[in-house]
Write a protein that binds this ligand. Structure first.
Ligand code: OSB
Ligand code: MG
Length: 370
């Protein structure tokens, strides 16, 4: 049991090595909230995966800041002595806002595990000390640029390439990459940009031996995903649609997907992520660990998650160098065999480096228990 004494919220901004374009927009900087939780026994860090705009999800930085400051932090202070599940219980009164909740669930867990001298990976029952990694490639201005990026990532050792697609920037691009790399494990991610009426286009992707099509349709269209699954051969994977273990159960029961992308930050933290994994594993559905361009803080959490049994496909757990010239933590590094080390230190196993943190901080607010 631990009691939270103070929470420091911090908005940070780090330039990305290259702009990241998806069907919903383009980012040139990673801007996110970090929380530093002080308990009566120690300190823990959590990263919020919300972005600057409510585009991937309803949540976005300014709203998440308000929810963290005015609702979740007071609820955590009022909860008194708690264990990690008690943090989730303290937040139950607030509906949704899972990205904001995940920030404090994970930060508390980090502090709690550090106090016990235990790593997150061990707490989650991880069985591997290295995980095979994939990489998510944004939409590029030209096909030539896409081919150059894919070439580079394969040369670095990445074990699976995910191409972002959008209407009009799909079949031809995928065909070009497949032609250049006949045997590369490839997938695509549409970020909800298509409609069921676009089934012909999506069916055309069947010719390119893709591992999956990720989130082709609207995030609230589980039934339409189930209909689409009958029209395409390539397995469907859901990302935005899965916000909880209950969502995963519904999607699998309906036949909306055959694979699930688990992002701990999207589902309310690692505890719920583990429940999503459990639901999928009981039903024989493979899962992989997604990413949200996290800094080294959030990425450490993702690596521990990806090391759990059931995560049978390479995830979007890419190296620090894929995102940032300088990460906030010591860099996560890809080995030539396309694997990365799961942090072994206590808690999440990493901490922001003080000078880097100071240099990229845009705003700080300290909240103290009454
Ligand atoms: O849909 O998986 C996605 C990044 C930001 C928002 C949504 C997504 C992504 C990625 C990149 O695909 C994953 C990563 O490398 O962190
Ligand atoms: Mg996705």
């Amino acid at each position: 049991m631990s009691r939270v004494r103070a929470i420091e919220l911090r908005l940070v901004a780090l330039p990305l090595v290259r702009p990241f374009r998806t069907s919903f927009g383009e980012e040139t900087d990673k801007v996110c909230i970090l929380a530093r939780v002080e308990t009566d026994h120690g300190v823990g860090w959590g990263e919020c995966v919300a972005g600057a705009e409510p585009d991937f999800s309803e949540e976005f930085n300014e709203a998440a800041w308000l929810v963290l400051r005015d609702l979740l932090a007071p609820a955590l202070f009022a909860a008194g002595d708690v264990e990690p599940e008690g943090v989730e219980a303290a937040f139950a009164r607030v509906r949704g806002n899972r990205m904001a909740k995940a920030t404090l669930v994970n930060a508390f867990l980090d502090a709690w595990l550090r106090e016990q001298g235990r790593s997150l990976a061990s707490y989650l029952g991880a069985e591997r000390d290295r995980v095979p990694c994939g990489v998510s490639v944004g939409i590029t201005p030209t096909t030539e640029e896409l081919l150059a990026q894919v070439e580079g990532y394969l040369a670095e050792g990445y074990r699976r390439i995910k191409l972002k697609i959008a209407p009009g920037l799909d079949v031809e691009r995928v065909a070009a990459v497949r032609r250049a790399h006949p045997d590369a494990p490839l997938s695509v991610d549409a970020n909800a940009a298509y409609r069921l009426e676009d089934a012909e286009t999506l069916r055309a992707l069947d010719d390119y031996d893709l591992l999956m099509i990720e989130q082709p349709l609207h995030h609230e269209d589980l039934v339409e995903h189930a209909e689409l699954a009958h029209l395409v051969r390539t397995p469907l994977c859901l990302d935005e649609s899965i916000r909880s273990a209950a969502d995963a159960r519904a999607a699998i029961s309906l036949g909306s997907c055959r694979i699930v992308n688990i992002k701990q930050g999207r589902v309310g933290g690692v505890l719920e992520a583990r429940r999503v994994r459990d639901v999928c594993r009981e039903r024989g559905v493979p899962v992989w660990c997604g990413g949200m361009l996290e800094t080294g803080v959030g990425r450490a959490v993702n690596l521990a998650l990806a090391a759990m049994p059931g995560f049978t496909l390479p995830g979007d757990t890419s190296a620090s160098a894929r995102y940032f010239h300088e990460d906030l933590t010591e860099p996560h590094v890809l080995a030539p065999d396309g694997t990365m080390a799961v942090p072994t230190g206590t808690g999440i196993g990493v901490e922001p480096l003080p000078e880097r943190l100071a240099a990229c901080t845009r705003r700080v607010e300290r909240l103290e228990a009454p």
